[in-house]
Design a protein around this ligand. Sequence first.
Ligand code: HEM
Ligand code: HEM
Length: 171
Amino acid sequence: MNQYSNRMVIMHWLTLVLMIAAWFLGEEVHDARKAEAGATVAGYVAHALAGAAVLLLTVLRLAFRKADGVPAPIGRSTMDKIATGVHHSLYLLLFLLPVSGMVQVMTSDVGKAILAGDATLLPRKFDGVMAHEVHEILVTVVILLVGVHVLGALKHQFVLKDGLLKRMWFK
Ligand code: HEM
Ligand code: HEM
């Protein structure tokens, strides 16, 4: 086995698309809340749905990973071991990021506003909501780790030229 299974490949690239959507919607909601007009309930719901879809895909993906297996690491150098560590940390973040978002909704007035469908109940500030800080920190951490991950993939593609990207593409 020198490639991921097709369904693992679908999960990987679909997660990338959903992460971009969730990140964009999260920034939009954040900016709207700070602006004069304020955020909308629909904005929060759209962001939460994109984030929840990431969580669902991650659960499915780990089940597929267990069932289908993964190709052996491409090498045994320290950099290869770091890459595996980055992969494991990314999986952890794909769990913690959506979960912290959900806790944020449940422990702030966002939850009440969504249930009532009333934007006037939305908070202007998240003072004392720990999950808000945690969610923001995890967003920064995931951006940094994905950056390292993509740089590694580019190095394999253009410097080492060992065809690593093909491992994460359809058979
Ligand atoms: C992979 C999943 C997710 C990503 C990438 C993501 C990303 C983001 C980003 C970029 C922000 C703006 C941070 C800032 O600058 O303040 C944000 C805020 C937020 N997210 Fe998420 N998020 C995810 C999942 C979720 C989920 C599942 C929920 C809820 C069920 C959620 C609820 C929130 C809330 C309530 C805010 C605060 C928005 C505000 O500042 O008014 N997030 N998220
Ligand atoms: C343009 C963006 C991306 C590129 C080019 C890329 C490329 C790759 C490649 C080539 C692999 C296979 C590595 C190997 O065979 O050792 C891989 C694996 C992986 N990628 Fe990405 N990736 C991208 C975005 C992402 C994002 C956004 C995430 C999650 C937030 C992610 C999470 C992972 C994980 C967890 C693995 C390990 C898979 C496993 O062993 O189960 N990737 N990626």
